[in-house]
Design a protein. Structure first.
Length: 129
């Protein structure tokens, strides 16, 4: 399976940008909500979830998303261009990693569709350095 990627509508003016990532989603099914930053050159992820779908909202700068289906070993690489607000839905059993290839901070707002069990629901798999 491959991730589903949707470019979100955003508004921008001299103050910055506005995006509504949950406009069409129910927040009562969002678990493990967290916001992380990636410094230029940094990579986050390099794991998969056996039973959870992870949703990732990418904000900020350019980067690279790599996914690998752990059942078929099918690998995909997607270049994230600057100033796009992307919503990425990563299915269970798909390893994923994002690298900030830009010169500014990148932010990821992430959540899963079910609660995570520590030590069981995040399996490390290095697919991008």
């Amino acid at each position: 399976m491959e991730p589903t990627i949707i470019e979100l509508d955003s508004q921008e003016d001299e103050r910055g940008f506005l995006v509504k990532p949950f406009e069409e989603r129910r927040l009562d099914t969002a678990f493990n909500v967290h916001l992380v930053s990636l410094n230029p050159g940094a990579t986050r992820g390099n794991h998969f979830h056996p039973t959870q779908t992870e949703h990732i909202l990418v904000l900020g700068t350019q980067g690279t998303l790599v996914t690998v289906d752990t059942l078929t070993d099918k690998r995909s690489e997607i270049v994230i261009t600057v100033k796009k607000c992307l919503s990425i839905m990563v299915p269970p059993k798909v390893a994923h990693a994002i690298k900030n290839t830009g010169s500014e901070l990148m932010y990821l707002l992430c959540y899963t569709d079910r609660p995570l069990v520590p030590g069981k629901d995040i399996i490390k798999k290095t697919i991008l350095k």
